[in-house]
Design a protein around this ligand. Structure first.
Ligand SMILES: C[S@@+](CC[C@H](N)C(=O)[O-])C[C@H]1O[C@@H](n2cnc3c(N)ncnc32)[C@H](O)[C@@H]1O
Length: 204
């Protein structure tokens, strides 16, 4: 399985692996960006699109990219009328992100699926692809404490929380924390806990 985390099995075994509500950082985003209308958003590793759809409903225009066909199939089935979302089945490492193309980049659960050098390369490319005063929203497993029982064979890359902060040392940190997430996935029912880095950062 390597780095896919068993998500592919999850996407194939049910039509809603991650739920329909946006992640916690996107729920608090309006504190920092009261209007998302017209913003250009990249949701990299979008899964079944719970974050992409929330941004689109708030008026943003979203490129939602995932390497899993099954994930995008579930997204299309859940939200057939999402006309402000462009769903793409692609390896984000191979996507041309352009220069200052986006106002908001969402990296929600993606980075720990990549190698360390890919993480550094992708964050750098996403920073170049972000317009002035644009935001990144980042959530990733970190090295503090991982229970991977529910993800047999998964070998995530575990940077420490400070490494993630250093990746954004030249941006303004709007909010950051290193805290636990306890969850149970629908395909295997195993309760488990991950330590997560959560960041909202702004290009100066
Ligand atoms: C933990 S899931 C998070 C899904 C979604 N962002 C959410 O919060 O519901 C990570 C996602 O990253 C995708 N992924 C992993 N490596 C990828 C890559 N190189 N390019 C695109 N997507 C990738 C996986 O298929 C999976 O859907």
């Amino acid at each position: 399985m390597g780095r896919d985390g068993g998500y592919e099995d999850g996407y194939r075994s049910c039509d809603c692996f991650w739920g329909r509500e946006p992640g916690s950082l996107l729920q608090i985003l309006p504190r920092f960006r009261p209007s998302l209308a017209g913003l250009r958003v990249l949701d990299a590793g979008c899964g079944e699109g719970k974050n992409a759809i929330a941004m689109a409903r708030a008026g943003a225009v979203v490129e939602a990219v995932d390497c899993s066909e099954a994930a995008i199939r579930n997204a299309l089935a859940a939200w057939p009328d999402a006309d402000r979302v462009c769903w793409r089945v692609e390896d984000v490492m191979a996507v041309d992100l352009g220069h200052e193309t986006f106002d908001l980049v969402i990296l929600y659960g993606l980075l720990h699926c990549l190698s360390e050098s890919e993480i550094r390369t992708l964050v750098h490319r996403c920073k170049l692809a972000t317009a002035s005063n644009g935001l990144h929203v980042v959530v990733a497993f970190n090295s503090r404490s991982q229970n991977l029982e529910a993800h047999p064979g998964f070998d995530p890359t575990l940077l420490n929380h400070m490494d993630y902060l250093h990746l954004y040392s030249d941006w303004r940190i709007i909010c950051e924390n290193d805290s636990d997430l306890s969850e149970t996935h629908p395909h295997n029912g195993i309760p488990h806990t991950h330590s997560l880095t959560r960041l909202i950062v702004e290009r100066q």
